[in-house]
Write a protein that binds this ligand. Sequence first.
Ligand SMILES: Nc1ncnc2c1ncn2[C@@H]1O[C@H](COP(=O)(O)OP(=O)(O)OP(=O)(O)O)[C@@H](O)[C@H]1O
Ligand SMILES: [Mg+2]
Length: 409
Amino acid sequence: MQIGRVPLVGRQADLDALRDEVDAVGAEGRAVVVSGDAGMGKTRLLRDFTDSLTDVVVVRGACVDSGSGPAPLTAITDLLRDLVDALGVEAVREAAGPGADALGVLVPALADSAGDAERLADVVVELFSQLARTHRLVVIIEDLHWADSTTCDIAARLVRRAAALPLFVLLSYRTDDVGRAHPLRPVLAELDRARLLTHRPLARLSPAEVGALANAVHGDTLAAGVLNDIAARSDGIPFYVEELASFTGARLPVSLRDVLLLRYERLDAEARRFARVLATGGVEVEHAVLRDVFDGDEAALEDAVRSAVDAQVVVIRDEAYAFRHALMQEAVYAELLPTERTRLHTAYAVALENSAPTARVLADIAHHWRAARVPDRALAAGVAAQRAASVASAWSTAAEAGERVLELW
Ligand SMILES: Nc1ncnc2c1ncn2[C@@H]1O[C@H](COP(=O)(O)OP(=O)(O)OP(=O)(O)O)[C@@H](O)[C@H]1O
Ligand SMILES: [Mg+2]
């Protein structure tokens, strides 16, 4: 099994289209939005595409779901960190000019003193516009289905700026997570009306492409019957193809949720418990928080993590653990017993109460108390989250936290 090193299958037309777009950037920029269901290969396509570019500065951010709504400004924080990595703190501060202090809320190294965070969106848009005049800049904001309204606003304004600046903006979202009432819809519709955005919906892989991917993942040619089965069950979604092709030794599972749980089921009891603890915390959880909730010695946790990583259920990102795929978190979370769910959410709320009370942490605490069915503590944390969000960053994030508080009355 060779996940990660498998060549990109069936996306040549998409790569060519993206290449045409980036080549078309001159005095005016371009903006493209890539869409597709979970696991359709949006991230993979954008990675392979940007890996093929030379002499450009690529900055990448992804929106994240906190479990109870968008985690505020994660994508923007990632973009700024990438900028600092690519260009250095001084160059970024200089380009941001007097606005640099406002960015300190997200990347402390960029500020001398706490600035006026209300202007954050303006400062970020101006910063990228400024840098686009001197650098070939590719700005990627992924997973807009999880964007908070400030991030959405920044993305839309960058697309508008790209109409008059040599800036290349690449966006992505999950089609299956953007229903008719989703707040992203009117934003995209408005940009479409102004003809500012090119859509690149990713198609399902054809049966032949599924076969090529399945064989590559398996490392050998699979029997025709197995390939037909994988093509039918995977629905042409690369993530499912990978999952199904990795387990052809055993009988193929009956449903896609079972597919998602295959790797999990094969873990030993402690690693499964680790995965359930992680799933309760969300797609990604900091080590320090997870350790408190896991409630076992360090060595047991290390063993469990290693098994889960070896089985490709979990990946390690800096100081955090994350499911290899968001869908897997959903599937594992659905496996929890009701009592276990309450107990683990309570443990998370308590563990997070020992962390620095940022708006994000407070919102997570509120979510865990709510999920643990302790409404009064959820309400208190929700109010605190709202206050912190309005002090620390965008008003829109505060308004979203406020809405969730109101739901608890
Ligand atoms: N065209 C492809 N050829 C080979 N492998 C692919 C292809 N597309 C996706 N994959 C693999 O399938 C898996 C899922 O892809 P990816 O994470 O890019 O999906 P996604 O659309 O970004 O999903 P999500 O909505 O969850 O972010 C990854 O392991 C990726 O490497
Ligand atoms: Mg992705």
